[in-house]
Design a protein around this ligand. Structure first.
Ligand code: NAD
Ligand code: DAU
Length: 336
């Protein structure tokens, strides 16, 4: 049995990974999370205290981080780094927290890992590669050049490059994964799919940016977690793995599926002003992860995964309702 320090473990994907570890492994977990507007203890509070210890704090706090990394066994334990400012729209309104957390926070963690010789896995995003043309057969691979578009994706790109440099210069025992868009339960209502589901639940029409033609490559958060565990257990140090489940859909298609699943006409949505610099299309080629580590996604049917997600938001209004008004107030300021 080993111990994992999971940063951002009260967020959407980090909490999914913590739950995944508790249900499918013997590892114990220390969650380090600042509980920003995006963190929610309710996402992990049902997990057993003997397996999951929660520490509220900032990944950019070097003293706190060094103390927690010092509790780990340098040989068998690991840091899995999810914590980030994660929303593009917010990064366009106020980039500063993205630099503090995504760049300085990651730097603080890898410095602690370097000093203690601790295994490190860095969670990143396909957005570091920029975007692809609509209708182009090309997909991102591990050798696609970095070309980020937004303050969010540029700070994630910077954090990836820091990790790569620490591997080469200091021998940091690190791996990196870049995943496509996640969906599933416990996702903050500012994000596309939960925003539309909870809008419909409140009697508000879904909001599509621009013409709704942008394409995202959807993967269930459980499949992201199983991929990260495979990389932690069997990934080669210094390597990057792209994670994706062949889930390309236009935003318009996704909204139509949500409306259909919720018993509304498929065209019952509004077009709203586009996001500045809006990336057109993301698509992942995950051949390396599948061939080298034998990983495959479990959720292969996006439509049924989406219907289950709709059901979860319907059944868990007490989880999302406290975030909804403030998220919509931020969108109202942006006219979206
Ligand atoms: P999220 O916004 O839901 O959660 C982020 C968590 O990090 C929150 O719990 C927040 O409180 C915490 N946090 C923020 N700043 C912190 C700080 N300074 N110190 C400690 N904790 C802090 O994000 P998410 O969607 O779960 O994304 C998690 C990670 O996965 C991010 O690194 C993101 O870049 C990456 N990622 C996300 C997606 C996606 O589709 N959501 C896809 C690929 C990669
Ligand atoms: O690709 C991985 C990335 O996916 C992660 O790195 C990010 O953390 C995560 O937020 C996500 O980024 P996107 O910008 O793709 O996700 P978002 O949910 O904000 O938007 C998805 C798409 O839907 C995007 O094309 C914008 C559009 N959109 C979004 C909202 C909130 C709408 O059309 N209407 C909306 O109301």
């Amino acid at each position: 049995m080993s111990r994992l320090l999971v940063t951002g473990g009260a967020g959407f994907i980090g909490s999914n990974f913590v739950r995944y570890l508790v249900e499918r492994t013997d590892h114990s977990v220390i969650v380090l999370d600042k509980l920003t507007y995006a963190g929610n203890l309710a996402s992990i509070e049902d997990l057993p205290a003997e397996r999951v210890r929660f520490v509220r704090g900032d990944i950019a706090d070097a003293g706190l981080v060094d103390g927690l990394v010092g509790e780990l066994d340098g040989e068998h334990d690991a840091i899995v780094h999810y914590a980030a400012e994660s929303h593009n729209d917010n990064s366009l309104s106020d980039p500063r927290p993205f630099l503090d957390t995504n760049v300085i926070g990651t730097y603080t963690l890898i410095e602690a890992a370097r000093r203690r010789g601790t295994r490190f896995h860095h969670i990143s995003t396909d957005e570091v590669y920029g975007d692809l043309e609509l209708g182009d057969p090309a997909r991102f691979t591990e050798s696609t050049p970095y070309n980020p578009s937004s303050p969010y994706s540029s700070t994630k790109a910077a954090s990836d490059l820091l990790v790569r440099a620490w591997v080469r210069s200091f021998g940091l025992r690190a791996t990196i994964s870049n995943c496509s868009n996640n969906y599933g339960p416990y996702q903050h209502v500012e994000k596309f799919i939960p925003r539309q589901i909870t809008n419909v639940l409140r009697g508000v029409r879904p909001k599509l940016y621009g013409r709704g033609e942008n394409v995202r490559d959807w993967i269930h958060a459980d499949d992201h977690s199983s991929a990260v565990l495979a990389i932690l257990e069997r990934g080669r140090i210094g390597e990057t793995y792209l994670i994706g489940a062949d889930g390309e859909r236009s935003n318009r298609e996704v909204v139509e599926l949500i409306l259909e699943a919720m018993g509304h006409p498929r065209d019952d949505y509004d077009l709203v002003p586009d996001r500045p610099g809006h990336d057109l299309r993301y698509a992942i080629d995950s051949t390396k992860l599948r061939d080298e580590l034998g990983w495959t996604p479990r959720f292969r049917d996006f439509e049924s995964g989406l219907r289950a997600t709709v059901d979860w938001y319907r059944a868990n209004e007490s989880w999302w309702a406290p975030q909804k008004d403030s998220a919509e107030a931020r969108y109202a300021e942006l006219g979206r």
